[in-house]
Design a protein around this ligand. Structure first.
Ligand SMILES: [Zn+2]
Length: 584
Protein backbone atom coordinates (compact mmCIF):
# COMPACT_ATOMS: atom_id res chain seq x y z
CA UNK A 1 0.00 0.00 0.00
CA UNK A 2 2.85 2.34 0.88
CA UNK A 3 4.34 1.97 -2.61
CA UNK A 4 0.92 2.44 -4.18
CA UNK A 5 0.47 5.74 -2.38
CA UNK A 6 3.97 6.94 -3.14
CA UNK A 7 3.46 5.94 -6.76
CA UNK A 8 0.56 8.36 -6.96
CA UNK A 9 2.92 11.14 -5.98
CA UNK A 10 5.73 10.19 -8.29
CA UNK A 11 5.84 13.77 -9.52
CA UNK A 12 7.85 14.31 -6.35
CA UNK A 13 10.26 11.51 -7.29
CA UNK A 14 13.49 12.40 -8.92
CA UNK A 15 13.10 12.93 -12.68
CA UNK A 16 16.48 11.40 -13.38
CA UNK A 17 18.62 8.59 -12.02
CA UNK A 18 22.36 8.33 -12.16
CA UNK A 19 23.53 5.14 -13.88
CA UNK A 20 27.24 5.91 -13.84
CA UNK A 21 28.66 8.40 -11.34
CA UNK A 22 32.29 9.57 -11.48
CA UNK A 23 33.13 6.58 -13.63
CA UNK A 24 31.59 4.07 -11.20
CA UNK A 25 28.44 2.01 -11.59
CA UNK A 26 25.60 3.58 -9.62
CA UNK A 27 22.66 1.32 -10.52
CA UNK A 28 21.65 -2.20 -11.40
CA UNK A 29 19.11 -3.98 -13.55
CA UNK A 30 16.75 -6.40 -11.79
CA UNK A 31 14.51 -8.81 -13.68
CA UNK A 32 11.28 -10.20 -12.28
CA UNK A 33 10.22 -12.92 -14.69
CA UNK A 34 8.92 -16.44 -15.04
CA UNK A 35 11.11 -19.10 -16.61
CA UNK A 36 9.16 -18.79 -19.87
CA UNK A 37 9.84 -15.07 -20.12
CA UNK A 38 13.50 -15.27 -19.10
CA UNK A 39 15.10 -15.31 -22.57
CA UNK A 40 13.55 -12.11 -23.84
CA UNK A 41 13.82 -10.35 -20.46
CA UNK A 42 17.54 -11.08 -20.52
CA UNK A 43 17.72 -9.56 -23.97
CA UNK A 44 15.89 -6.50 -22.70
CA UNK A 45 18.34 -6.10 -19.82
CA UNK A 46 21.26 -6.65 -22.16
CA UNK A 47 20.05 -3.89 -24.52
CA UNK A 48 20.42 -1.41 -21.65
CA UNK A 49 23.59 -2.88 -20.12
CA UNK A 50 25.41 -3.05 -23.49
CA UNK A 51 24.65 0.61 -24.10
CA UNK A 52 25.89 1.68 -20.67
CA UNK A 53 29.01 -0.38 -21.22
CA UNK A 54 29.64 1.00 -24.72
CA UNK A 55 29.22 4.59 -23.57
CA UNK A 56 31.04 4.48 -20.25
CA UNK A 57 33.04 1.25 -20.07
CA UNK A 58 31.08 0.40 -16.92
CA UNK A 59 29.42 -3.01 -16.51
CA UNK A 60 26.02 -2.59 -14.95
CA UNK A 61 25.00 -5.74 -13.03
CA UNK A 62 21.97 -7.71 -14.20
CA UNK A 63 20.25 -9.97 -11.70
CA UNK A 64 17.15 -12.12 -11.63
CA UNK A 65 15.28 -11.44 -8.42
CA UNK A 66 12.13 -12.50 -6.64
CA UNK A 67 12.00 -9.40 -4.45
CA UNK A 68 12.95 -5.86 -5.33
CA UNK A 69 16.45 -4.80 -4.27
CA UNK A 70 16.86 -1.95 -1.75
CA UNK A 71 19.33 -0.08 -3.99
CA UNK A 72 18.49 2.16 -6.95
CA UNK A 73 17.65 -0.06 -9.93
CA UNK A 74 15.95 -0.41 -13.28
CA UNK A 75 13.26 -3.05 -12.83
CA UNK A 76 12.11 -5.14 -15.79
CA UNK A 77 8.85 -6.98 -15.19
CA UNK A 78 5.67 -8.17 -16.80
CA UNK A 79 2.55 -7.07 -14.91
CA UNK A 80 1.97 -10.66 -13.74
CA UNK A 81 5.34 -10.89 -12.01
CA UNK A 82 4.88 -7.75 -9.88
CA UNK A 83 3.95 -7.81 -6.19
CA UNK A 84 0.25 -7.20 -5.41
CA UNK A 85 0.88 -3.66 -4.16
CA UNK A 86 2.74 -2.66 -7.32
CA UNK A 87 0.03 -4.26 -9.44
CA UNK A 88 -2.42 -1.92 -7.70
CA UNK A 89 -0.39 1.19 -8.45
CA UNK A 90 -2.34 3.22 -11.03
CA UNK A 91 0.87 4.45 -12.71
CA UNK A 92 1.77 0.80 -13.31
CA UNK A 93 -1.60 -0.67 -14.17
CA UNK A 94 -2.06 1.78 -17.02
CA UNK A 95 -0.09 -0.82 -18.99
CA UNK A 96 -2.99 -3.27 -18.54
CA UNK A 97 -5.04 -1.21 -20.96
CA UNK A 98 -2.43 -1.17 -23.68
CA UNK A 99 -1.59 -3.47 -26.56
CA UNK A 100 0.35 -6.51 -25.37
CA UNK A 101 3.48 -5.03 -26.96
CA UNK A 102 2.96 -1.60 -25.41
CA UNK A 103 4.91 -0.59 -22.30
CA UNK A 104 5.16 1.83 -19.41
CA UNK A 105 8.35 3.34 -18.00
CA UNK A 106 7.52 4.56 -14.51
CA UNK A 107 9.73 6.00 -11.73
CA UNK A 108 8.77 4.94 -8.19
CA UNK A 109 11.05 5.90 -5.30
CA UNK A 110 14.61 4.95 -6.25
CA UNK A 111 13.54 2.58 -9.05
CA UNK A 112 12.57 2.95 -12.70
CA UNK A 113 10.11 0.26 -13.77
CA UNK A 114 9.70 -0.99 -17.33
CA UNK A 115 6.45 -2.94 -17.35
CA UNK A 116 4.16 -4.49 -19.93
CA UNK A 117 1.61 -7.24 -20.32
CA UNK A 118 4.26 -9.36 -22.08
CA UNK A 119 8.01 -9.89 -22.09
CA UNK A 120 8.09 -8.58 -25.66
CA UNK A 121 6.48 -5.37 -24.44
CA UNK A 122 9.18 -5.08 -21.75
CA UNK A 123 11.82 -5.62 -24.44
CA UNK A 124 10.26 -2.81 -26.49
CA UNK A 125 10.39 -0.61 -23.38
CA UNK A 126 14.05 -1.44 -22.77
CA UNK A 127 14.91 -0.53 -26.38
CA UNK A 128 13.01 2.75 -25.98
CA UNK A 129 14.87 3.52 -22.76
CA UNK A 130 18.16 2.68 -24.42
CA UNK A 131 17.36 4.82 -27.47
CA UNK A 132 15.84 7.90 -25.83
CA UNK A 133 16.51 8.07 -22.11
CA UNK A 134 20.22 7.59 -21.47
CA UNK A 135 22.61 10.48 -21.98
CA UNK A 136 25.51 12.26 -20.32
CA UNK A 137 29.27 12.02 -20.28
CA UNK A 138 31.43 8.92 -20.21
CA UNK A 139 31.90 9.21 -16.44
CA UNK A 140 28.41 10.43 -15.57
CA UNK A 141 25.58 8.71 -17.45
CA UNK A 142 22.09 9.83 -16.50
CA UNK A 143 18.76 8.06 -17.01
CA UNK A 144 15.87 10.40 -17.73
CA UNK A 145 13.21 8.85 -15.49
CA UNK A 146 10.16 10.83 -16.61
CA UNK A 147 7.20 8.48 -17.19
CA UNK A 148 6.51 7.17 -20.71
CA UNK A 149 3.51 5.20 -21.96
CA UNK A 150 3.74 3.86 -25.48
CA UNK A 151 1.49 1.51 -27.42
CA UNK A 152 1.69 0.76 -31.17
CA UNK A 153 -1.06 2.35 -33.24
CA UNK A 154 -0.52 -0.04 -36.16
CA UNK A 155 -1.44 -3.53 -35.04
CA UNK A 156 -0.09 -5.07 -38.24
CA UNK A 157 3.68 -4.55 -38.27
CA UNK A 158 5.00 -7.24 -40.56
CA UNK A 159 8.20 -7.83 -42.49
CA UNK A 160 8.11 -9.50 -45.85
CA UNK A 161 11.43 -11.28 -45.52
CA UNK A 162 13.00 -12.52 -48.73
CA UNK A 163 15.85 -14.98 -48.80
CA UNK A 164 15.75 -15.85 -52.47
CA UNK A 165 17.51 -13.05 -54.39
CA UNK A 166 21.16 -12.27 -55.04
CA UNK A 167 23.25 -13.60 -52.15
CA UNK A 168 20.30 -14.03 -49.75
CA UNK A 169 20.22 -17.86 -49.99
CA UNK A 170 23.75 -17.87 -48.50
CA UNK A 171 22.48 -16.66 -45.13
CA UNK A 172 22.68 -19.36 -42.45
CA UNK A 173 20.42 -19.85 -39.42
CA UNK A 174 22.76 -17.76 -37.30
CA UNK A 175 22.81 -14.96 -39.90
CA UNK A 176 19.02 -14.87 -39.87
CA UNK A 177 19.03 -14.69 -36.07
CA UNK A 178 20.92 -11.39 -36.28
CA UNK A 179 18.33 -10.06 -38.71
CA UNK A 180 15.39 -11.27 -36.61
CA UNK A 181 16.92 -9.61 -33.55
CA UNK A 182 16.99 -6.32 -35.41
CA UNK A 183 13.37 -6.71 -36.54
CA UNK A 184 12.21 -7.21 -32.95
CA UNK A 185 14.33 -4.20 -32.00
CA UNK A 186 12.50 -2.11 -34.61
CA UNK A 187 9.07 -2.92 -33.26
CA UNK A 188 7.80 -5.47 -35.79
CA UNK A 189 5.48 -8.26 -34.63
CA UNK A 190 5.26 -10.66 -37.60
CA UNK A 191 7.75 -12.04 -40.13
CA UNK A 192 6.72 -13.59 -43.44
CA UNK A 193 9.73 -15.84 -43.92
CA UNK A 194 10.02 -17.16 -47.48
CA UNK A 195 10.16 -20.95 -47.19
CA UNK A 196 9.40 -22.49 -50.59
CA UNK A 197 12.49 -23.76 -52.38
CA UNK A 198 14.36 -24.06 -49.06
CA UNK A 199 11.84 -26.62 -47.83
CA UNK A 200 12.89 -30.21 -48.68
CA UNK A 201 9.52 -31.45 -49.89
CA UNK A 202 9.26 -35.22 -50.15
CA UNK A 203 6.12 -35.07 -52.25
CA UNK A 204 7.49 -32.46 -54.64
CA UNK A 205 11.29 -32.87 -54.66
CA UNK A 206 11.48 -30.87 -57.90
CA UNK A 207 10.64 -27.70 -55.95
CA UNK A 208 13.69 -28.01 -53.68
CA UNK A 209 16.70 -25.75 -54.29
CA UNK A 210 15.11 -24.45 -57.44
CA UNK A 211 16.59 -21.64 -59.56
CA UNK A 212 13.89 -19.60 -61.27
CA UNK A 213 14.08 -17.37 -64.31
CA UNK A 214 17.70 -16.23 -63.77
CA UNK A 215 16.79 -14.24 -60.66
CA UNK A 216 15.26 -15.80 -57.58
CA UNK A 217 16.97 -18.99 -56.50
CA UNK A 218 17.33 -21.33 -53.56
CA UNK A 219 19.85 -23.53 -55.35
CA UNK A 220 22.58 -22.63 -52.85
CA UNK A 221 20.31 -22.47 -49.82
CA UNK A 222 22.07 -22.63 -46.47
CA UNK A 223 18.77 -23.13 -44.63
CA UNK A 224 17.69 -26.14 -46.64
CA UNK A 225 16.58 -28.56 -43.92
CA UNK A 226 13.42 -28.80 -41.83
CA UNK A 227 15.64 -28.52 -38.78
CA UNK A 228 17.12 -25.21 -39.99
CA UNK A 229 13.71 -23.78 -40.78
CA UNK A 230 12.30 -24.99 -37.44
CA UNK A 231 15.20 -23.31 -35.62
CA UNK A 232 14.46 -20.00 -37.33
CA UNK A 233 10.81 -20.22 -36.30
CA UNK A 234 11.71 -21.13 -32.75
CA UNK A 235 14.17 -18.27 -32.48
CA UNK A 236 11.59 -15.81 -33.80
CA UNK A 237 9.22 -16.99 -31.07
CA UNK A 238 11.88 -16.55 -28.39
CA UNK A 239 12.21 -12.88 -29.27
CA UNK A 240 8.50 -12.24 -29.56
CA UNK A 241 7.97 -12.45 -33.35
CA UNK A 242 5.14 -14.33 -34.99
CA UNK A 243 6.62 -16.43 -37.78
CA UNK A 244 4.79 -17.27 -41.03
CA UNK A 245 6.03 -19.66 -43.69
CA UNK A 246 6.16 -18.06 -47.13
CA UNK A 247 5.71 -19.05 -50.75
CA UNK A 248 3.88 -18.31 -53.98
CA UNK A 249 0.58 -19.42 -55.45
CA UNK A 250 2.23 -21.35 -58.24
CA UNK A 251 5.19 -19.07 -59.00
CA UNK A 252 8.57 -18.14 -57.47
CA UNK A 253 11.19 -20.45 -56.00
CA UNK A 254 9.81 -23.86 -56.62
CA UNK A 255 6.08 -23.38 -56.50
CA UNK A 256 5.98 -22.63 -60.24
CA UNK A 257 7.51 -26.07 -60.68
CA UNK A 258 5.00 -28.02 -58.56
CA UNK A 259 3.54 -29.77 -61.61
CA UNK A 260 6.97 -30.13 -63.23
CA UNK A 261 6.04 -27.37 -65.71
CA UNK A 262 3.44 -29.56 -67.45
CA UNK A 263 2.12 -27.17 -70.15
CA UNK A 264 -1.63 -27.72 -69.53
CA UNK A 265 -1.23 -26.85 -65.82
CA UNK A 266 0.49 -23.50 -66.50
CA UNK A 267 -1.20 -20.16 -67.11
CA UNK A 268 -2.29 -19.19 -70.60
CA UNK A 269 -1.31 -15.64 -71.46
CA UNK A 270 1.30 -13.25 -72.69
CA UNK A 271 4.82 -12.57 -71.41
CA UNK A 272 5.91 -14.77 -68.51
CA UNK A 273 2.39 -16.04 -67.71
CA UNK A 274 3.23 -19.59 -68.78
CA UNK A 275 5.90 -19.76 -66.05
CA UNK A 276 3.26 -19.86 -63.31
CA UNK A 277 0.38 -22.22 -62.52
CA UNK A 278 -3.22 -21.76 -63.68
CA UNK A 279 -5.33 -21.40 -60.51
CA UNK A 280 -8.29 -23.16 -62.16
CA UNK A 281 -6.56 -26.31 -63.36
CA UNK A 282 -7.40 -29.22 -61.00
CA UNK A 283 -3.89 -30.64 -61.12
CA UNK A 284 -2.26 -27.29 -60.25
CA UNK A 285 -4.72 -26.73 -57.43
CA UNK A 286 -4.16 -30.18 -55.95
CA UNK A 287 -0.37 -29.76 -56.06
CA UNK A 288 -0.44 -26.31 -54.44
CA UNK A 289 -2.75 -27.44 -51.62
CA UNK A 290 -0.73 -30.59 -50.93
CA UNK A 291 2.57 -28.72 -50.99
CA UNK A 292 1.54 -26.18 -48.38
CA UNK A 293 -0.11 -28.85 -46.24
CA UNK A 294 3.11 -30.87 -46.30
CA UNK A 295 5.11 -27.74 -45.44
CA UNK A 296 2.86 -26.86 -42.51
CA UNK A 297 2.84 -30.45 -41.23
CA UNK A 298 6.65 -30.37 -41.23
CA UNK A 299 6.81 -26.97 -39.47
CA UNK A 300 3.68 -27.01 -37.28
CA UNK A 301 4.95 -24.35 -34.87
CA UNK A 302 4.70 -21.67 -37.54
CA UNK A 303 2.09 -19.04 -36.71
CA UNK A 304 0.82 -18.80 -40.24
CA UNK A 305 1.32 -19.03 -43.95
CA UNK A 306 2.08 -16.14 -46.28
CA UNK A 307 1.32 -16.68 -49.95
CA UNK A 308 2.00 -14.31 -52.80
CA UNK A 309 -0.73 -14.62 -55.43
CA UNK A 310 1.78 -14.59 -58.31
CA UNK A 311 -0.14 -11.89 -60.16
CA UNK A 312 3.19 -10.46 -61.33
CA UNK A 313 3.12 -13.26 -63.88
CA UNK A 314 -0.12 -11.89 -65.26
CA UNK A 315 -3.64 -13.14 -65.43
CA UNK A 316 -4.48 -16.57 -66.83
CA UNK A 317 -6.71 -16.35 -69.88
CA UNK A 318 -7.45 -20.02 -70.34
CA UNK A 319 -11.01 -21.00 -71.19
CA UNK A 320 -12.02 -21.38 -67.54
CA UNK A 321 -10.10 -18.42 -66.06
CA UNK A 322 -11.33 -15.93 -68.67
CA UNK A 323 -15.04 -16.64 -68.09
CA UNK A 324 -16.86 -13.45 -66.95
CA UNK A 325 -18.59 -13.71 -63.58
CA UNK A 326 -20.40 -10.33 -63.54
CA UNK A 327 -21.10 -7.32 -65.74
CA UNK A 328 -18.25 -5.23 -64.26
CA UNK A 329 -15.25 -7.07 -65.64
CA UNK A 330 -14.75 -9.76 -62.98
CA UNK A 331 -13.56 -13.08 -64.29
CA UNK A 332 -13.23 -16.62 -63.04
CA UNK A 333 -9.43 -16.10 -62.67
CA UNK A 334 -9.89 -14.11 -59.46
CA UNK A 335 -12.56 -16.48 -58.16
CA UNK A 336 -10.29 -19.47 -58.74
CA UNK A 337 -7.48 -17.76 -56.83
CA UNK A 338 -9.82 -17.06 -53.92
CA UNK A 339 -11.27 -20.59 -53.77
CA UNK A 340 -7.73 -21.98 -53.99
CA UNK A 341 -6.63 -19.79 -51.10
CA UNK A 342 -9.66 -21.01 -49.13
CA UNK A 343 -8.91 -24.63 -49.95
CA UNK A 344 -5.35 -24.23 -48.67
CA UNK A 345 -6.55 -22.65 -45.41
CA UNK A 346 -9.38 -25.16 -44.96
CA UNK A 347 -6.99 -28.08 -45.45
CA UNK A 348 -4.33 -26.69 -43.11
CA UNK A 349 -6.84 -25.81 -40.38
CA UNK A 350 -7.86 -29.48 -40.10
CA UNK A 351 -4.58 -30.22 -38.30
CA UNK A 352 -3.37 -26.72 -37.42
CA UNK A 353 -6.36 -24.67 -36.28
CA UNK A 354 -4.07 -21.93 -34.94
CA UNK A 355 -2.73 -21.08 -38.43
CA UNK A 356 -3.14 -17.52 -39.74
CA UNK A 357 -2.97 -16.62 -43.43
CA UNK A 358 -1.61 -13.63 -45.30
CA UNK A 359 -2.17 -13.06 -49.02
CA UNK A 360 -1.31 -10.28 -51.44
CA UNK A 361 -3.75 -8.01 -53.28
CA UNK A 362 -3.81 -4.66 -55.05
CA UNK A 363 -2.51 -5.86 -58.42
CA UNK A 364 -3.64 -4.44 -61.76
CA UNK A 365 -4.96 -7.89 -62.72
CA UNK A 366 -7.84 -7.24 -60.29
CA UNK A 367 -8.47 -3.55 -60.78
CA UNK A 368 -11.68 -4.35 -62.66
CA UNK A 369 -12.52 -7.39 -60.57
CA UNK A 370 -15.09 -6.40 -57.93
CA UNK A 371 -16.01 -10.08 -57.42
CA UNK A 372 -12.44 -10.73 -56.25
CA UNK A 373 -12.62 -7.98 -53.61
CA UNK A 374 -16.19 -8.90 -52.64
CA UNK A 375 -14.88 -12.40 -51.87
CA UNK A 376 -12.09 -10.87 -49.74
CA UNK A 377 -14.72 -8.84 -47.88
CA UNK A 378 -16.52 -12.09 -47.01
CA UNK A 379 -13.32 -13.58 -45.54
CA UNK A 380 -13.42 -11.58 -42.34
CA UNK A 381 -12.27 -14.38 -40.07
CA UNK A 382 -9.57 -12.56 -38.08
CA UNK A 383 -7.06 -15.24 -39.08
CA UNK A 384 -6.83 -13.65 -42.56
CA UNK A 385 -4.71 -10.63 -43.36
CA UNK A 386 -3.85 -8.93 -46.65
CA UNK A 387 -0.76 -7.28 -48.05
CA UNK A 388 -1.40 -4.56 -50.63
CA UNK A 389 1.58 -5.02 -52.92
CA UNK A 390 1.21 -2.64 -55.86
CA UNK A 391 0.60 0.86 -54.59
CA UNK A 392 -3.22 0.68 -54.71
CA UNK A 393 -5.23 2.70 -52.21
CA UNK A 394 -8.71 1.73 -53.41
CA UNK A 395 -10.29 -1.45 -54.71
CA UNK A 396 -13.55 -1.94 -56.66
CA UNK A 397 -16.54 -2.89 -54.50
CA UNK A 398 -19.69 -4.67 -55.69
CA UNK A 399 -21.07 -2.72 -58.65
CA UNK A 400 -17.60 -1.42 -59.50
CA UNK A 401 -17.57 1.53 -57.07
CA UNK A 402 -14.08 2.27 -55.70
CA UNK A 403 -13.73 2.07 -51.93
CA UNK A 404 -10.70 2.58 -49.66
CA UNK A 405 -8.82 -0.69 -49.12
CA UNK A 406 -9.68 -1.02 -45.38
CA UNK A 407 -13.37 -1.26 -46.38
CA UNK A 408 -12.67 -4.79 -47.65
CA UNK A 409 -10.67 -6.07 -44.70
CA UNK A 410 -9.95 -4.69 -41.25
CA UNK A 411 -6.61 -6.48 -41.58
CA UNK A 412 -5.44 -4.77 -44.74
CA UNK A 413 -1.78 -3.70 -44.69
CA UNK A 414 0.40 -1.86 -47.17
CA UNK A 415 3.77 -3.15 -48.35
CA UNK A 416 6.47 -0.96 -49.82
CA UNK A 417 10.20 -1.26 -50.18
CA UNK A 418 10.85 1.47 -47.60
CA UNK A 419 14.56 0.72 -47.95
CA UNK A 420 14.73 2.27 -51.40
CA UNK A 421 12.28 5.11 -50.80
CA UNK A 422 12.99 8.57 -49.43
CA UNK A 423 12.16 8.73 -45.73
CA UNK A 424 9.72 11.60 -46.26
CA UNK A 425 7.57 9.35 -48.49
CA UNK A 426 7.49 6.69 -45.82
CA UNK A 427 6.27 9.26 -43.31
CA UNK A 428 3.61 10.58 -45.71
CA UNK A 429 2.33 7.08 -46.48
CA UNK A 430 2.11 6.23 -42.78
CA UNK A 431 0.13 9.46 -42.25
CA UNK A 432 -2.35 8.39 -44.92
CA UNK A 433 -2.61 4.81 -43.62
CA UNK A 434 -3.62 6.14 -40.21
CA UNK A 435 -6.14 8.54 -41.71
CA UNK A 436 -7.77 5.76 -43.71
CA UNK A 437 -7.66 3.23 -40.86
CA UNK A 438 -5.38 0.59 -42.36
CA UNK A 439 -4.33 -2.32 -40.14
CA UNK A 440 -0.66 -1.60 -40.62
CA UNK A 441 2.36 -1.54 -42.85
CA UNK A 442 4.76 -4.16 -44.10
CA UNK A 443 8.46 -3.63 -44.64
CA UNK A 444 10.54 -5.45 -47.20
CA UNK A 445 13.75 -7.06 -46.05
CA UNK A 446 15.70 -8.19 -49.06
CA UNK A 447 19.41 -7.39 -48.84
CA UNK A 448 20.28 -9.13 -52.11
CA UNK A 449 17.71 -7.21 -54.08
CA UNK A 450 16.81 -3.85 -52.66
CA UNK A 451 18.51 -2.64 -49.53
CA UNK A 452 19.49 0.82 -50.77
CA UNK A 453 22.96 0.23 -49.37
CA UNK A 454 26.47 -0.28 -50.63
CA UNK A 455 26.88 -3.62 -48.85
CA UNK A 456 26.31 -5.66 -51.99
CA UNK A 457 22.69 -4.71 -51.79
CA UNK A 458 22.04 -4.00 -55.45
CA UNK A 459 20.73 -6.93 -57.40
CA UNK A 460 22.26 -7.61 -60.77
CA UNK A 461 25.77 -8.85 -60.20
CA UNK A 462 27.33 -6.19 -62.43
CA UNK A 463 28.44 -4.19 -59.43
CA UNK A 464 30.67 -6.86 -58.01
CA UNK A 465 33.18 -4.41 -56.55
CA UNK A 466 30.71 -3.80 -53.72
CA UNK A 467 31.41 -5.66 -50.48
CA UNK A 468 28.89 -8.39 -49.71
CA UNK A 469 28.23 -8.27 -46.00
CA UNK A 470 26.47 -11.30 -44.53
CA UNK A 471 24.57 -10.86 -42.33
CA UNK A 472 23.47 -7.44 -43.47
CA UNK A 473 24.92 -4.71 -41.21
CA UNK A 474 21.87 -3.69 -39.23
CA UNK A 475 23.72 -1.21 -37.02
CA UNK A 476 24.90 0.94 -39.90
CA UNK A 477 23.39 3.26 -42.46
CA UNK A 478 21.02 2.96 -44.19
CA UNK A 479 19.30 0.18 -42.19
CA UNK A 480 19.69 1.77 -38.76
CA UNK A 481 17.87 4.92 -39.84
CA UNK A 482 15.35 3.43 -42.30
CA UNK A 483 14.03 0.97 -39.77
CA UNK A 484 14.13 3.48 -36.92
CA UNK A 485 11.80 5.69 -38.95
CA UNK A 486 9.63 2.68 -39.82
CA UNK A 487 9.24 1.86 -36.14
CA UNK A 488 8.41 5.40 -35.13
CA UNK A 489 5.72 5.81 -37.81
CA UNK A 490 4.24 2.35 -37.23
CA UNK A 491 3.83 3.22 -33.56
CA UNK A 492 2.90 6.90 -34.11
CA UNK A 493 1.70 7.23 -37.70
CA UNK A 494 0.57 10.86 -37.51
CA UNK A 495 4.13 12.16 -36.98
CA UNK A 496 5.19 14.84 -39.44
CA UNK A 497 8.58 14.82 -41.15
CA UNK A 498 9.75 17.52 -38.72
CA UNK A 499 8.59 15.48 -35.72
CA UNK A 500 10.37 12.39 -37.05
CA UNK A 501 13.55 14.48 -37.36
CA UNK A 502 13.16 15.60 -33.75
CA UNK A 503 13.00 11.94 -32.73
CA UNK A 504 16.06 11.17 -34.84
CA UNK A 505 17.91 13.94 -33.02
CA UNK A 506 16.94 12.51 -29.62
CA UNK A 507 17.61 8.90 -30.62
CA UNK A 508 21.01 9.37 -32.26
CA UNK A 509 22.52 12.38 -30.50
CA UNK A 510 23.06 13.64 -26.99
CA UNK A 511 21.64 16.86 -25.59
CA UNK A 512 24.91 18.72 -26.32
CA UNK A 513 24.83 17.97 -30.06
CA UNK A 514 23.98 20.66 -32.64
CA UNK A 515 20.35 20.34 -33.82
CA UNK A 516 21.28 20.01 -37.49
CA UNK A 517 22.85 16.57 -37.03
CA UNK A 518 19.47 14.85 -37.48
CA UNK A 519 19.17 16.49 -40.88
CA UNK A 520 22.74 15.50 -41.74
CA UNK A 521 22.04 11.87 -40.81
CA UNK A 522 18.82 11.98 -42.83
CA UNK A 523 20.59 13.50 -45.88
CA UNK A 524 23.39 11.00 -45.65
CA UNK A 525 20.93 8.12 -45.80
CA UNK A 526 19.25 9.66 -48.85
CA UNK A 527 22.58 10.16 -50.62
CA UNK A 528 23.54 6.57 -49.85
CA UNK A 529 20.25 5.41 -51.31
CA UNK A 530 20.75 7.23 -54.60
CA UNK A 531 24.40 6.36 -55.06
CA UNK A 532 23.96 2.69 -54.12
CA UNK A 533 21.89 2.43 -57.29
CA UNK A 534 24.01 4.57 -59.60
CA UNK A 535 27.44 4.15 -57.95
CA UNK A 536 27.94 7.83 -58.83
CA UNK A 537 28.14 10.91 -56.64
CA UNK A 538 26.63 14.01 -58.17
CA UNK A 539 28.31 17.39 -57.69
CA UNK A 540 25.41 18.41 -55.45
CA UNK A 541 25.84 15.32 -53.28
CA UNK A 542 29.60 15.81 -53.13
CA UNK A 543 29.06 19.32 -51.81
CA UNK A 544 26.54 18.11 -49.26
CA UNK A 545 28.93 15.37 -48.14
CA UNK A 546 31.63 17.98 -47.51
CA UNK A 547 29.32 20.04 -45.37
CA UNK A 548 28.20 16.93 -43.44
CA UNK A 549 31.84 16.04 -42.81
CA UNK A 550 32.46 19.55 -41.57
CA UNK A 551 29.52 19.21 -39.14
CA UNK A 552 30.82 15.85 -37.94
CA UNK A 553 34.24 17.38 -37.19
CA UNK A 554 32.66 20.30 -35.31
CA UNK A 555 30.40 18.04 -33.27
CA UNK A 556 33.19 15.63 -32.36
CA UNK A 557 35.02 18.23 -30.23
CA UNK A 558 32.44 18.22 -27.51
CA UNK A 559 30.54 15.01 -28.23
CA UNK A 560 28.90 12.81 -25.61
CA UNK A 561 29.33 9.03 -25.97
CA UNK A 562 25.84 8.83 -27.46
CA UNK A 563 26.69 11.41 -30.12
CA UNK A 564 30.07 9.82 -30.82
CA UNK A 565 28.41 6.47 -31.53
CA UNK A 566 26.25 8.02 -34.26
CA UNK A 567 29.03 10.21 -35.64
CA UNK A 568 31.02 7.03 -36.17
CA UNK A 569 28.10 5.51 -38.14
CA UNK A 570 28.01 8.68 -40.23
CA UNK A 571 31.75 8.68 -40.87
CA UNK A 572 31.61 5.11 -42.06
CA UNK A 573 28.77 5.95 -44.46
CA UNK A 574 30.77 8.88 -45.89
CA UNK A 575 33.80 6.60 -46.32
CA UNK A 576 31.70 3.95 -48.07
CA UNK A 577 30.31 6.51 -50.49
CA UNK A 578 33.78 7.88 -51.24
CA UNK A 579 35.22 4.41 -51.71
CA UNK A 580 32.57 2.83 -53.90
CA UNK A 581 31.22 5.66 -56.04
CA UNK A 582 32.70 7.83 -58.73
CA UNK A 583 32.05 11.50 -59.41
CA UNK A 584 29.19 11.92 -61.86
ZN1 LIG B 1 -6.43 -20.67 -66.18
Amino acid sequence: MLLAILGLFCATCTASESLVKNGKCNSRIAILASEKEAFLMDRAAQAIADTVNAWSGVKIPIEKVERLPEEPAIILSTLDSLSPELKDNPSIYKAEFMDDQGFAIVPILNKVFIVSRTSRGVFNGAVYLRDFKIDGSKVNLILDAKPVYRTPWMKGRAVYLLNIWGHEPLYTVSDWKVILDSLAWYGFETVYFWTSGHFPSKKFPQTYKWADHHFDSTAESKIASVQDLAQIIEYGHQIGLRMYLGGGLGAWTGTGNLTSLKPETMKTGSGIAAMSLCPSHPESRKAIVEYYKEMYDALPKADGLYIELADEFGECVCEICSKPVDAFGSRQFGQSQITLVQEIAHTIWKDHPHAHFAFTNGYDEHKNDPAFYEAIKQMDNSKFEWMEARGSWEFPAAGGKLMPAPYFSKKQMKWKIWEIMPLSEQVEIANRLSKEGWFGMIADFSPGFSSGSLYGGVYGGSQSKLPVAIPFPVNKLPFALTYFVTREVMWDPTLTVEQVKERIQRRFFGAEAPAHLATDLWDLREILLVCSQSLKTSAEHAKLLESIEEHIREAENNASPKTLESLSIMKEAVDMIRKYTEPE
